[in-house]
Design a protein around this ligand. Structure first.
Ligand SMILES: Nc1ncnc2c1ncn2[C@@H]1O[C@H](COP(=O)(O)OP(=O)(O)OP(=O)(O)O)[C@@H](O)[C@H]1O
Length: 950
């Protein structure tokens, strides 16, 4: 991407040309004029078969498109010049777009052969990321939005249009919601109205300067009124109307100042009427983009069994915006359920839908007068499927499927028109004839008849003339320059009759014509030429007639898109053994929370040989603290709960044996610190601002995933923040929350609050090898296996061994400290031996909240408060346990170490037992900035602390 300054340099007329403005050749003067008129873009200027750029713009084009920089010389100077072939422009334009340039195409708008002097040129299209319509520059199954934002005090209007399909959406929101909505729609280009003052969004749109007058309410309403008869009825709020009006004005400008006839429906929506997923959630749940190298590792790719581009775009829209309206969700689920039970209908639909072309883009091309005869034929073959699709749905029961069937207008008139008008296999070009079918137009048939008859006469001429002249080698031929001729070789020239008129002399022969041949030639040529012109006119008429039916065709496209998605969801449900979720009614005690039996992560299960299903029981207002070793499956588990909720509200079956769910209003995610490094903010700052968002906006109906909150700062601060967050969510927010943490001390929160409970993941270790069970179980975990995971990841053995040694030494130090603690140790439970499960045996049964809390209360009966000493002690105990399990074969015998027992007793007892050195060590650990500490520095620090303890 280039800087603004670099772009400015190639926009507008080149200074060097302006300096000799009056002396420029007419063509360069025209170029300079167009550059001045379109000084917000790099002008590509048609010269014959090429688009040329001059001066600085030429250098940019040459460098970006990797084409040769040449020069054009005239009396006024030598001008750097670079060009791209028009026939092949798409790839080059894509490079310019990728490099951040806006491009204006200045085409020749009159036939060069008819021009008297300089050919007229005009900018016919602005090519920017949000206005591209060229199929080759667009992604097939994805909407590309152009957006506009207007502001009125605290209210914002946001409108987007997909210029390639005509889909146009408008909404209003406060600032926070606007930013979220922008993130969700992620327009490729944004026209920002006056005083909007938007921060940099997380996606990277091109920001477009545009006439601020277009945002005036009068101008905007006027623009809008050419699209809808009552602008204020469709879009009530002024600020929204200003946004959509300016948006359409800019889109028109980009299409060479022409109305977008195919924008027939402007849909107003309220973001609050959908499950809100902000950009962070969309990203961290990997709905569309994955950080993993696995192909097909996003939720979208798992679901994407769509048969056509219409369905693919619709699936994406549904996934970005799952529903909250229970009836609408159930209606989709009914349809999916019915199709899931009917393999035959599914297969038939799939077959028909895979023959469906991208109707929305086809219609848009038809309306923009860019469609050729092949496009019309594609439209017709698609529409031909509609009656068959209707028939497939003849006996459906579900209301949604029946509605879709009934909305499938079979558009017999349009199909019939195209069928009658266009030949079966039309050519690419629409100006060279051969497009219109015979029988469609009498005049055309006559002209064609004349031309055919003439050609037949000519083809008979050769035999006749051979006979008449006795010249066996006489040929009759045709060439572009001289037309029809009779060719006689030199030895036979003496036999040429008197009525032959000489046309051309060649080395070995002469070419002649006869008056009659000339007459026939004129007839043929004029009939052919007139036929071609007439064909083009007829084609344009047919195309305009089809364009007039845009709205009906779009309605069919809309229904086909929905059908494809419902069919897809049914296919996915059957193929992956998904179940229909049940939605819980809101009762007097609320909705009852999330209950999932044997839930799976829809994406991870596809990449894993054996996925271990897990249950979830997350009551309304419940906060589950999820602990367990690294790599044991905590994040996967939490995400799978969110994905099940999202899938269900999108109308899909879910990967579980059973799911009883509430309708969730928002899904919030706050994932690990290093996962979300964004420019401009420190990792920790970003973590905290995302947390702030959650704490401010989550409701009782929200699902919150917190993955290692607090990791980005010192352990003491991190733990304190994690603790306070847990308490706040539990006490004040009441959102259903899953909180994965390595702060084992956080698990104590369960003993203090009824809705907070512990879940953990387990691993076993045999001969130093860790096996992750991936099973969730009640209660807190006691091990982290950090060193083992480091080994698995390929950390050099020297570092792994050293780390293990340091952990062992810590354990030993801790153990002697524990012994010094005296009486308490007599009650310690022995540490888990080798070859044993580190944590309580996992069970798939879902424990009730109260049982869970009792268990937790027992496990955490030591109940230390949040003192720094306690945190540090907790850390030591962590290592202690881990080491106890891992060092059995090589290290000293494990000391009694169970976290719950070694810490039994009040914090006062602990504090009293510490000597000054321990306090110093504690203070040093507390002050250590772990974020900025390299692993080596950490090892050195540990080694130093250990030395001092010894
Ligand atoms: N239920 C499961 N069944 C099978 N494999 C699983 C399961 N859950 C997770 N895994 C596998 O384990 C890997 C690690 O899982 P995950 O990232 O969820 O662990 P984690 O506990 O969050 O780790 P960390 O604490 O290091 O972030 C996953 O990439 C996946 O391959």
């Amino acid at each position: 991407m280039n800087t603004d300054a670099e772009r400015e340099e190639v926009y507008g007329a080149p200074d060097a040309m302006l300096a000799v403005r009056d002396d420029l050749t007419p063509m360069l003067s025209q170029y300079a004029d167009l550059c001045e008129m379109h000084d917000d873009a790099l002008v590509l200027f048609q010269v014959g078969d090429f688009y040329e750029a001059f001066c600085e713009a030429a250098e940019t084009v040459a460098r970006t498109c990797e084409v040769t920089l040449t020069q054009r010389e005239d009396s006024t100077g030598t001008w750097p010049m670079a060009g791209i072939p028009i026939d092949n422009a798409a790839g080059y334009l894509e490079r310019l777009l990728d490099a951040g340039y806006r491009v204006a195409l200045a085409d020749q708008v009159e036939d060069a052969s008819e021009a008297s002097g300089l050919v007229d040129r005009a900018v016919t299209q602005l090519i920017t990321p949000g206005t591209v319509v060229d199929e080759e520059l667009l992604e097939a199954g994805r909407a590309t939005y152009l957006g506009a934002v207007a502001r009125d005090g605290d209210d914002y209007g946001l409108a987007v249009v997909d210029v390639s399909t005509g889909e146009c959406l408008v909404t209003g929101a406060d600032r926070a919601l606007l930013l979220e909505e922008l993130d969700r729609l992620a327009p490729a280009e944004l026209v920002v109205g006056p005083n909007c003052d938007l921060p940099d969004p997380s996606f990277d749109p091109m920001e477009t300067p545009f006439d601020s007058d277009a945002f005036d309410i009068e101008a905007a309403t006027e623009t809008l009124s050419s699209y809808v008869s009552r602008p204020d009825a469709v879009v009530e709020a002024d600020v929204e109307r200003r946004a959509v009006g300016a948006l359409l004005a800019y889109a028109e400008y980009a299409q060479g100042d022409s109305k977008l006839e195919y924008v027939t429906r402007i849909t107003r929506f309220d973001p609050r009427e959908f499950l809100q997923l902000d950009a962070t959630a969309i990203r961290s749940l990997e709905l569309f983009d994955s950080r993993s190298a696995h192909a097909g590792s996003t939720l979208f790719s798992v679901l994407d069994e769509t048969a056509c581009a219409l369905g693919r775009r619709r699936l994406e829209a549904w996934l970005r915006r799952p529903l909250v309206d229970r009836d609408a969700i159930e209606a989709r689920l009914d349809a999916v359920g019915e199709l899931a039970d009917d393999a035959l209908t599914r297969a038939d639909l799939r077959e028909h839908l895979s023959a469906v072309y991208d109707l929305e883009r086809l219609v848009a091309r038809v309306s923009r007068e860019r469609a050729n005869a092949r496009d019309l034929r594609s439209l017709q073959t698609t529409l031909d499927r509609v009656p068959e699709i209707r028939a497939t749905l003849d006996s459906v029961d579900s209301g949604r499927l029946a509605d879709l069937r009934d909305s499938l207008d079979d558009l017999g008139d349009v199909r019939d028109l195209i069928d009658r008008a266009i030949v079966d296999d039309p050519p690419q070009e629409i100006t060279e004839g051969g497009v219109i079918a015979s029988g469609f137009d009498d005049e055309l048939d006559d002209l064609r008849g004349t031309a055919t008859e003439g050609r037949e006469w000519v083809s008979d001429l050769e035999a006749q003339e051979r006979e008449r002249t006795g010249i066996d080698s006489l040929d009759v031929g045709y060439n572009q320059v001289h037309g029809y001729y009779i060719e006689v070789t030199n030895p036979n020239l003496d036999k040429v009759p008197d009525d032959y008129v000489r046309r051309q002399t060649l080395k070995n022969s002469e070419r002649f014509y006869t008056p009659e041949l000339k007459e026939r030639e004129d007839e043929i040529l004029s009939a052919t030429e007139r036929a071609e012109t007439l064909e083009y006119d007829l084609f344009c008429e047919v195309r305009a007639e089809v364009a007039a039916e845009s709205e009906r065709i779009q309605a069919v496209a809309d229904a086909l898109a929905d059908l494809d998605v419902l069919r897809t969801l049914a296919d996915v449900a059957v193929a992956n053994d998904y179940t229909r979720p049940e939605f819980r009614e809101d009762g007097s005690e609320g909705h009852g929370g999330i209950e999932i039996e044997a839930g799976r992560h829809p994406v991870v299960e596809r990449t894993q040989d054996e996925f271990v299903p897990n249950p979830t029981s997350l009551p309304q207002g419940g906060v589950a603290l999820v602990t367990g070793p690294n790599m044991s499956g905590k994040s996967t588990y939490m995400r799978q709960v969110a994905l099940v909720c999202i899938l269900a509200q999108l109308g899909s079956f879910v990967p579980a044996r059973a799911a009883r769910l509430p309708v969730v209003d928002r899904v919030f995610t706050r994932v690990g610190a290093s996962d979300d490094i964004a420019g401009g903010q420190s990792t920790f700052m970003r973590e905290m601002s995302e947390l702030t968002e959650i704490l401010h906006n989550a409701t009782e109906d929200s699902l919150v995933l917190l993955d290692e909150v607090g990791r980005g700062t010192s352990t003491a601060d991190g733990l304190a923040i994690a603790r306070a967050t847990t308490e706040f969510i539990h006490d004040e927010v009441g959102a259903m929350t899953l909180f994965a943490t390595h702060y084992h001390d956080l698990t104590d929160a369960a003993s203090e609050r009824s809705g907070v409970f512990n879940l953990h993941f387990t691993a076993t270790q045999t001969d130093g090898e860790v096996t992750f069970l991936h099973s969730v179980a009640e209660g807190p975990s006691s091990s982290s296996y950090g060193v083992e995971v480091a080994q698995l990841a390929g950390v050099p053995p020297a570092v792994v061994d050293r780390a293990r040694g340091l952990v062992d030494a810590n354990v030993a130090a801790d153990a002697s400290e524990s012994n010094a603690d005296g009486a308490d140790d007599a009650h310690d439970t022995p540490d888990t031996p080798d070859d044993a499960t580190a944590d309580p045996t996992p069970t798939e049964s879902v424990v009730s909240n109260s049982t869970r809390n009792e268990g937790v209360a027992e496990a955490a009966s030591d109940g230390e408060g949040g003192t720094l000493a306690a945190y540090v002690d907790g850390l030591g105990n962590n290592h202690h346990t881990s080491n106890g399990e891992s060092s059995g074969a090589s290290g000293p015998p494990a000391e009694p170490s169970s976290k719950s027992t070694s810490r039994a007793g009040s914090s006062a007892t602990h504090t009293a037992a510490r000597d000054d050195t321990l306090d110093e060590v504690a203070a040093e650990l507390r002050d250590a900035d772990l974020v900025d500490t390299t692993p080596l520095e950490a090892l050195n620090l540990l080694s130093d602390l250990k030395g001092r303890l010894e």
